[in-house]
Design a protein around this ligand. Structure first.
Ligand SMILES: Cc1cc2nc3c(=O)[nH]c(=O)nc-3n(C[C@H](O)[C@H](O)[C@H](O)COP(=O)(O)O)c2cc1C
Length: 193
C-alpha cells in the first residue's frame, strides 16, 4: 500500500479545479494499492513564504497551524499528483508558494500531473513544474493528463464529460505513479533516516 496525495493548486472562488480534482480522486480510488487523500489548497491557510533560509537547510522550520498540518500530510506521502490550471503560461502562484514552503517533504518521491486550461490544456504549466520538481529531488512521471478548453468540457449536470475522461488515459499515469511510489519507498526511508 502506498500513500498518494493529490494536490489541487487552484484556489479562486469560481475555479473549475475542484471538479477536475474530484474526477482524479474517483479514478485513483479504483486502484486498491493506493491510500489516497486530496489536499485542496483552498482549505489550508498557507502564508507567503517567510523563512530565514531555504527549508533545505532547516530539518524543522517550526511551522504551526495549517502549515504544520500540511507538512505532516506531505511527510506521509509516497507520491503526488498535482492538479493545476495554466495561468499566463505558468502555474498558479499559490501552488509555487506552497511548494517553496517545504523541501524535505518532497525528496525522492514521484510526482505526476493533471493539468487543464484554454488552448494549451496546461501543458506549459506542467513543463515548468517539471523543472521545479527536479530541483526538489523528485521523480517526474512521464505520462500526464492535459485537458484543453476546460470551460467546454462539462455536461449539463456540471460534471466533466465522459468522452474527455476516456480520452485522458489517466490509468497509465496512475499505474506508473504507483510503481514508482512503491519502488522508492524503502530506499528513500533508508537514505533519509
Ligand atoms: C489569470 C489567468 C490566466 C490564464 N492564462 C491562461 C494561459 O496562459 N493559457 C491557457 O491555456 N489558459 C489560461 N487561462 C485559462 C485557465 O486555464 C482556465 O480559466 C482555468 O479554468 C483556470 O483554472 P481554475 O478555474 O481552476 O482557476 C487563464 C486563466 C486565468 C484566470
Amino acid at each position: 500500500m502506498v500513500n498518494i496525495k493529490i494536490i489541487l493548486g487552484s484556489t479562486r472562488d469560481a475555479r473549475f479545479g475542484r471538479k477536475v480534482a474530484d474526477w482524479v480522486v474517483s479514478e485513483v480510488e479504483k486502484n486498491k494499492n493506493i491510500n489516497l487523500e486530496l489536499i485542496d489548497l483552498k482549505e489550508y491557510n498557507i502564508p507567503f513564504f517567510n523563512l530565514a533560509s531555504n527549508p533545505s537547510y532547516m530539518p524543522d522550520p517550526g511551522y504551526t497551524g495549517d502549515t504544520a498540518k500540511l507538512q505532516e500530510k506531505l511527510k506521509e506521502a509516497d507520491g503526488f499528483i498535482i492538479v493545476t490550471p495554466e495561468y499566463n503560461h505558468g502555474y498558479p502562484g499559490v501552488l509555487k508558494n506552497m511548494i517553496d514552503t517545504f523541501y524535505n517533504e518532497w525528496k525522492i518521491k514521484p510526482v505526476s500531473f493533471v493539468s487543464y486550461g484554454g488552448i494549451s490544456g496546461g501543458i506549459r504549466a506542467v513543463e515548468q513544474l517539471r523543472l521545479v520538481m527536479i530541483e526538489l529531488h523528485m521523480v517526474n512521471i512521464r505520462d500526464a493528463v492535459h485537458i484543453p478548453f476546460i470551460f467546454n468540457q462539462f455536461s449539463e449536470e456540471g460534471l466533466i464529460k465522459e468522452e474527455v475522461k476516456e480520452n485522458a488515459h489517466i490509468e497509465l499515469m496512475i499505474k506508473d505513479l504507483e510503481w514508482w511510489a512503491k519502488t522508492l519507498k524503502l530506499p528513500r526511508e533508508e537514505k533519509l533516516k
